[in-house]
Design a protein around this ligand. Sequence first.
Ligand SMILES: Cc1cc2nc3c(=O)[nH]c(=O)nc-3n(C[C@H](O)[C@H](O)[C@H](O)COP(=O)(O)O)c2cc1C
Length: 210
Amino acid sequence: MKTLLKIQSSIFSDGGQSTQLADRFVAAWREANPDGDVVVRDLAKEPVPHLDAARFGAFLAKAEDRTPAQRDAVAYSDALIAELKDADVVVLGLPLYNFGLPSTLKAYFDHVGRAGVTFRYTEKGPVGLLTGKKVYVFAARGGFYAGTPNDTQTPYIRAFLSFIGMNDIEFVYAEGLARGEESKQQGIARARAEVDRLARAEREPEFAVA
Ligand SMILES: Cc1cc2nc3c(=O)[nH]c(=O)nc-3n(C[C@H](O)[C@H](O)[C@H](O)COP(=O)(O)O)c2cc1C
């Protein structure tokens, strides 16, 4: 049985454009995987706390030396990592806020990027440990950024996820959503078509064409 983890980070929760695109993909995935399991992590409804020195200190402390508070902090991070580890497919709803990713998503990343747990350093450099997953990113933006130097999200998301071993990543962009109704409808329609294409490719790999 396959597991899909949907991580949504819109401040509008289920109403966000990025969430709605992610949901469109998840609906198609459910149809193709009737026995599959879908797990939802909504970072607006259940925000992950900012990483601070106390939490980071807990990660670094030896297991046997951890205080009860440190053990709680590590258990919380471990649970987020276990959820990610269990997923075969990861779907990420990614809004653009003030030229970057939502701060809730950064806080989540700060809890799942753990030396010795999700990556380790070797003589040949860092090695990601969360391998064998397919990632779909559904990005929603008010303006137009994809393929330009102002797209801070695509290289960052690729760099971070690859660092922890997740390097098979597809991006779908819904852009121009704040440039008037016509632009918004066009952006959404294009993105939906792309979502449908990826859902079909996931279902029937023989049809996967670039
Ligand atoms: C607080 C905030 C900041 C935003 N900053 C930007 C921005 O820097 N550039 C941009 O193109 N759109 C910006 N937008 C528009 C969003 O990218 C757009 O509304 C998108 O649909 C957000 O995704 P969501 O609907 O999934 O939340 C911003 C929207 C909000 C609410």
